[in-house]
Design a protein around this ligand. Sequence first.
Ligand SMILES: [Zn+2]
Ligand SMILES: [Zn+2]
Length: 177
Amino acid sequence: MADAERLLLVNVAELLRRPASRKEVHVRAHLEGLRVGDAEVVPGSEIDVDVELESLTDGIVVTGRVVAEWEAPCRRCLAPVGGRADVAVRELYQPPPRTDEDAFELHGEQLDLEPLVREVVVLELPLAPLCRDDCRGLCTICGADLNETDCGHDQRPVDPRWAALEGLAERLEDETP
Ligand SMILES: [Zn+2]
Ligand SMILES: [Zn+2]
């Protein structure tokens, strides 16, 4: 959808002419490719961008909220999990040369909200989503969903520290004459 890029482009000619002036922007835009690991913004969904632009002497500050729906498989049982990223934003845009290296770049009279939206949404996606805090995951032996059945297999994980110690003990035994 080519529209998304236009929707997120805001004409700021008026703001640049009059410092301390404000402009509100409320748009819903669809952006492709927003994902971190297995978590992604629901394909085809729209992201709510609800911000106010204010011109300062050294740029334009964008404050407000960005809201996106995400989905991902549960880290333990792979069941689909969904949620909402609701991010408060406060970011600066500056024309080049920027004096603030964290500022987004402002090109001419068009302020492009897309890089800001992408950055804040991606940072908010869960790295290890769970369907619920006590999800029991899948059986490591037969793959059964332990939230639904008890297959009877021993689920005690082998602690890697013990495994390392056992390896060390074996080596010591081998080396001892
Ligand atoms: Zn789960
Ligand atoms: Zn099992």
